[in-house]
Write a protein that binds this ligand. Structure first.
Ligand SMILES: [Zn+2]
Length: 243
């Protein structure tokens, strides 16, 4: 018996493509199923949440998660990474150092606690971080089998110095944007953001997906190209970047 996306609280975006809005921080996790491989996009905010995602992915696809793409190194997107043993992990070049250096891990843990994650969970999550083995500096095509290919694209910097987007060709095309795009509130620009480059990163996202793609933000409802373009213009104004 197979479950439906809806039964598990997921949103189906295209054949074999869906996303889930996780509790508390409304962080997106994405899933793309191929014939013999399954890609998860982001890992949730703790090993326990990652394990729930992994279980649901298995129920939805009949396979374990074989590939995991991390859109950027923020706790709500990466702290579940320990729940995907054996998966090939991908990230933008440089994200491996952020998930490895003691100082950066401490900062991730402190940021998680500031945002309401329990101290013990934050410590366990930071201790169990796994850096990606595959680092994307330009674009990387992943073949998931059965004619399903996805494109991992290092479109940053912007929201962080290490922003990775995922383009899933199909009808419709789906672009997982990470936190380069937010729908549920103002895009969050922390101390690790690179504001002067953020608008250009959104131009690259729009170049990937074009006019008709579904754009999946890191937080909030799925949006269209017009929304992304408006957010690009608002960020350019906010950060004083000339067009
Ligand atoms: Zn973020």
């Amino acid at each position: 018996m197979t479950v439906t996306w809806e039964e598990l609280g997921w949103e189906r975006l295209a054949a074999g493509v869906g996303r889930c809005r996780l509790p508390v921080w409304d962080c997106t996790a994405g899933l793309v199923a191929g014939a013999d491989a399954v890609l998860m996009i982001d890992a949730g905010s703790s090993p326990a949440e990652g394990a729930r995602l992994h279980e649901q992915a298995q129920s939805l696809t009949g396979h374990r998660v074989t590939h995991l793409a991390l859109t950027h190194p923020h706790f709500d997107h990466v702290f579940g990474v320990a729940a995907f043993p054996g998966a090939e992990i991908f990230g933008a070049v440089g994200v491996d150092a952020v998930l490895t250096r003691v100082r950066d891990r401490q900062e991730l843990r402190a940021d998680a606690v500031r945002n309401g994650l329990a101290e013990t969970v934050a410590r366990e999550s930071a201790d169990r971080l796994v850096p990606p083995r595959h680092l994307v500096s330009g674009e990387w095509t992943l073949d998931l089998g059965g004619g399903r290919q996805v494109l991992l694209a290092n479109v940053g910097p912007g929201h962080t110095a290490h922003d990775l987007a995922v383009l899933v060709p199909g009808d419709p095309e789906v672009v997982f944007c990470g936190d380069l795009v937010e729908e549920s509130g103002e895009p969050q620009a922390g101390p690790d953001a690179v504001p002067s480059h953020w608008p250009a990163a959104l131009d690259r996202l729009l170049g990937l997906g074009g006019e008709d793609a579904l754009y999946v933000p890191g937080h909030g409802a799925v949006v269209d190209a017009a929304f992304v373009r408006a957010q690009r213009d608002a960020l350019a104004t906010r950060f004083g970047v000339s067009p």
